[in-house]
Design a protein. Structure first.
Length: 362
């Protein structure tokens, strides 16, 4: 046997960069001999308030039917979201996290010779998905930590199939104005679809509404998730709304039971828990202020964020990440995003933020 398995793999599989997720609490506890109960994770923009209690109750009730396959069409969840959005259910797609929808978009649109335009830095999954399908990522540097929409429009070529735009962006937390985004979408040529990632839109006061653009026939899909403000990251449920044609294309490439039953129930119940969402939004706004002020007092620059996380310039990002981790606070180094001097911290509860700031000060 002289051939390795890797030699048999598709070329773009071998060039696929490895995604480094925020470290799970259990890993860090084991690595450093710490008590997991004393560790706080401010690395993956999860909701520090936990999940909606209504969602948890709904999941408990659903567990007794675990022998059954889930509803492959996510009918109840799609109907509920559609009613909330004022769209027909045919214009709503559900994914195993919005990450799955990003991958499905790759399946539908990207192949060798195609290009996808994205910011740098932007959510790393855009690049991973583009490379996975043998297409070429065209990364357009941010301008003062914000998407440079003029430069992104200029980066579109006849080979461009997709443009990825997150608002707020991750890891920078910045937003572009609604007017600028609408103008950008209108400027895109007919052979390009916009993937508008609104994972953090629920934290924004008046997020841009792209439904009118979808209604006028623009090629736009808006992605949302239950992982962030709804506190359901563990269940992996995300959704997209777009034209019925776009949703039908995504349905062609997804697996029949892509969203599990517990996740569907959790998401349906979470949509009824407006109080939980409002409280999450309030606590996040207060926490952002607390952290921004705290870092300012420590003489550390932050990027004004509209999301539930904050980029902080700490000098040596890896060293500060290690120091915080030894103290039981997990944050996110962003060297992989080309920001070696920064770390990204999730906004926690008041007490968690205080602890983060105290360790940073020490
Ligand atoms: C967290 C995040 C998502 C959500 O991913 P899920 O797969 O739904 O958990 C999507 N886009 C961005 C930019 C994110 O930061």
């Amino acid at each position: 046997m002289t051939l390795t398995l890797s030699a048999l793999a598709q070329r773009h599989v071998m060039s696929q960069p490895v995604y480094e997720p925020g470290k799970p609490i259990e890993y860090v506890a084991r690595e450093l001999g710490l008590d997991p109960a004393g560790i706080i994770k401010l690395a993956s923009n999860e909701n520090p308030l936990g999940a909606s209690p209504k969602a948890i109750r709904a999941v408990r009730a659903a567990l007794k039917d675990s022998q059954l396959y889930p509803d492959g069409g996510c009918v109840r969840l799609r109907e509920k979201l559609a009613a909330k959005l004022g769209l027909p259910p045919e214009q709503v797609a559900i994914g195993n996290g919005s990450n799955e929808l990003l991958e499905l978009l790759g399946h539908v649109f990207l192949g060798a010779g195609d290009e996808a335009v994205m910011g740098r830095p932007a959510f790393i999954v855009y690049k991973l998905v583009t490379l996975l399908f043998g297409a070429t990522p065209i990364e357009v540097p941010l301008e003062e930590h914000r998407h440079d929409l003029k430069a992104m429009a200029a980066a579109v070529t006849p080979r461009t199939k997709l443009v990825f735009l997150a608002c707020p962006n991750n890891p920078s937390g910045t937003v572009n104005s609604a007017d600028a985004i609408v103008e950008f979408v209108r400027s895109l040529p007919d052979h390009v679809a916009l993937v508008y990632d609104a994972a953090y839109a629920a934290y924004v006061e008046n997020p841009p509404d792209l439904r009118p653009l979808i209604a006028e026939g623009r090629k736009v899909i808006c992605l949302r998730t239950f992982s962030k403000i709804y506190g359901l990251a563990g269940f992996r449920v995300g959704y997209g709304y777009a034209s019925a044609e776009m949703v039908a294309l995504l349905n062609r490439v997804r697996q029949p039971f892509n969203v599990n039953a517990a996740g569907q129930e959790a998401a349906i119940a979470a949509l009824d828990d407006e109080a939980f969402v409002s409280r999450s939004r309030r606590i996040n706004a207060a926490g952002l202020k607390q952290l921004t002020k705290g870092f300012d007092r420590l003489g550390l620059e932050t990027v004004p964020s509209a999301g539930n996380f904050l980029l902080v310039r700490v000098g040596d990002g890896d060293a500060v990440f290690q120091k915080l981790q030894r103290a039981g606070v997990i944050v996110r180094p962003v060297k992989g995003y080309g920001l070696p001097e920064w770390v990204r911290v999730t906004v926690g509860t008041k007490a968690q933020n205080e602890r983060l700031l105290a360790v940073m000060a020490g």
